[in-house]
Design a protein around this ligand. Structure first.
Ligand code: C5P
Length: 291
């Protein structure tokens, strides 16, 4: 029997880089937030092996796709399952900093656990998720969460107040590895006061109470002119709280009510503008399975 799942995107509402690690990665402090933009994943048991088909956006070859790598990693660890056919309908922009590939990988792990009944404890998925990519563990949790280390040490926090947002999608894919490689030396920095407060249970009434920040943003704006052009156009159009998500190139912002159509016209050619909203952890879990 086939099952269908929503694989949601994330924003990094806040992202600090506080140093380079010995393993070549960067030490992060970030605030993740799920949004309702999602891919659709169909999972169907197969005799053996992992098969992946896609529709929507251009994707790298099947073997390189994080969704099939997640299924392969699952079967390697829990051989109880035989095989699986995956189909991905992509809507989350690739190379946008919205975590689409990582979300797909986590959704595959959750779907296979549901399908085959192993592992008994969700926590056993964590090491498998971490080995797949720094953002994958977050998607096992969803909602509002803090990320430390490579971003893969995840601490769930009470969900932030729901918020409507817009995501601008520049007509360019940004390489995360290239952005981190181009970063200037990161100074030691204290944990942002608002993250500290969130970790202690503070719940701001709206995102206005948060310091929205992204240490990757200056490097991306300086090196990817397509993203810089969209950023400038959004600021000029009256958008509020314009920030890069992750390593970009997507930017999120709040737009004046009813202004979406007019602002979309003023953005550089080929730029998408999506209306979305934040999702809490329970809503993510409740809406994951398509019924
Ligand atoms: O883990 P993931 O494959 O998503 O990361 C892509 C690349 O981004 C890594 O190979 C690394 O170069 C860079 N990165 C980093 N520090 C992080 C996360 C990613 O330097 N915390």
């Amino acid at each position: 029997m086939r099952s269908r799942y929503r694989s949601f995107a994330k924003l990094n509402l806040h992202l600090q880089v506080v140093g380079r690690r010995r393993d070549g990665y960067h030490e992060l402090r970030t605030l993740f937030q799920t949004i309702d933009l999602h891919d659709l994943l169909t999972v169907e048991p197969a005799a053996r092996g992992v098969e992946l088909t896609t529709a929507g956006l251009e994707l790298p070859v099947a073997s390189a796709n994080l969704a099939s790598r997640a299924a392969a990693a699952y079967f390697e660890r829990w051989p109880a399952g035989a095989g699986v056919r995956l189909h991905l309908e992509k809507r989350i922009p690739v190379g946008g900093g919205l975590g689409g590939g990582s979300s797909n990988a986590a959704t595959v792990l959750l779907a296979l656990r549901e399908r085959f009944g192993v592992p008994a404890a969700m926590a056993e998925l964590w090491p498998v998720a971490r080995a797949l990519g720094a953002d994958v563990p977050y998607f096992l949790v969803g909602g509002s969460a803090l990320g430390f280390g490579r971003g893969d040490e995840v601490v769930a926090i009470p969900d932030l107040a729901a918020q409507e947002l817009h995501v601008a999608v520049p007509p360019v894919a940004v390489s995360t590895a290239a952005v981190f490689a181009a970063l200037p030396e990161s100074p030691e920095a204290p944990l942002a006061a608002s993250l500290l407060a969130l970790a202690a249970g503070w719940s701001p009434p709206s995102l206005d109470g948060l310091e929205l920040w992204n240490d990757l943003q200056p490097t991306v704006l300086a090196t990817v002119p397509e993203v810089d052009a969209v950023y400038t156009a959004l600021l000029r159009s009256g958008a509020v709280g314009v920030r890069l998500s992750g390593s970009g190139g997507c930017l999120f912002a709040r737009l004046p009510a009813g202004a979406q159509a007019e602002i979309a016209q003023r953005l550089p050619a080929g730029t998408g503008l999506l209306a979305t909203r934040t999702l809490g952890r329970q809503e993510v879990a409740a809406r994951r399975t398509v019924t």
